[in-house]
Design a protein around this ligand. Structure first.
Ligand SMILES: [Fe+2]
Length: 283
């Protein structure tokens, strides 16, 4: 049942770098993996991220480190707010299925999450992943072709704006070029994606209905199809590396304040901007 997240056994940061070719191969092939076996400092995490970035063209690459311009690290884990509601059980969604920040023209490519503290139950606070390339390939040729021509409008709070954003439902994967579903599913959206353009024009009522039907089918696949699902059962010290262009993900409950803490690094392309898909002219 389900899919196994590849685990690379490591004894140190040096050992991790010695296995970098393997790590990058798995990253390209599967899109998610975990380094397990030692505890990484922030410096270790930055070093591994930058060495991967040298190969994969991330903004975290060695030249940036030399210039002392390291940003993009953040504290995460979803247990950092004492006022938050922690009543979600381990089988309930603490954070709904989503694809990462599709509103950026220079997209988030990967997340490197170093679980520095984990004291919840071993099967609680899991992170679920599903490969949007695989979900796309599971659709009928007709539905794939329909989505290829679809542009959606949607709204979600992201700090500086709520949108609306105009984005392509399908985009080529930066590494493989494969069609990748990039449509938001998170019930935290202020406005769920609606079909805005189809094949460059205003969609018909039938096309709007068809989009909603396929969107619902994808959502049902994420929430209901365990066969395509990867589940990360966290151990303290795990460093999870995930392709966030291609992996839908969600966080399950079952933990309390302070029980689940990671340092994250978000990487984007070299020379990225913070420009947003906030105009219909950009898609
Ligand atoms: Fe996320």
């Amino acid at each position: 049942m389900g899919k196994e997240i590849p685990i690379v056994s490591v004894t140190s940061v040096k050992d991790s770098l010695d296995q970098l070719d393997t790590i990058i191969d798995i990253y390209k092939e599967v899109g998610v993996l975990v380094l397990r076996g030692c505890k990484f400092s922030l410096e270790d995490q930055i070093l591994i991220t930058s060495k991967m970035g040298d190969v994969l063209g991330w903004n975290f690459y060695t030249d940036i480190l030399k210039n002392d311009r390291v940003d993009g690290t953040y504290l995460g884990g979803h247990s950092d707010n004492p006022d938050a509601n922690y009543s979600h059980g381990k089988d309930q969604y603490k954070l709904d299925w989503h694809i990462e920040q599709v509103f950026y023209i220079d997209p988030v490519l990967a997340g490197i999450w170093n679980m520095t503290h984990f004291s919840a139950e071993p099967d609680a606070g899991t992170t679920r992943f599903a490969d949007s390339i695989e979900i796309y390939e599971s659709l009928s040729i007709e539905d794939q072709d329909f989505l290829d021509k679809s542009v959606v409008i949607w709204e979600k709070p992201m700090g500086q704006t709520n949108g609306p954003f105009y984005t392509n439902v399908v985009a080529p994967h930066p590494i493989s070029g494969k069609p990748t579903l990039r449509v938001e599913m998170d019930h935290g959206c202020y406005r769920m994606p609606e079909l805005h353009f189809w094949n460059g024009g205003i969609p018909s009522k039938e096309q709007v209905d068809r989009f909603n039907s396929i969107w619902g089918k994808i959502k049902g696949t994420l929430t209901g199809n365990v066969d395509i699902r990867y589940v990360q059962y966290w151990q303290e010290g795990d460093m999870l590396i995930v392709d966030l262009f291609r992996m839908y993900h969600a966080v399950m409950g079952g933990f309390n304040y302070g029980e689940r803490t990671f340092t994250g690094i978000g990487v984007r392309p070299k020379g990225f901007t913070h420009d947003l898909y906030i105009s219909e002219d950009l898609v």
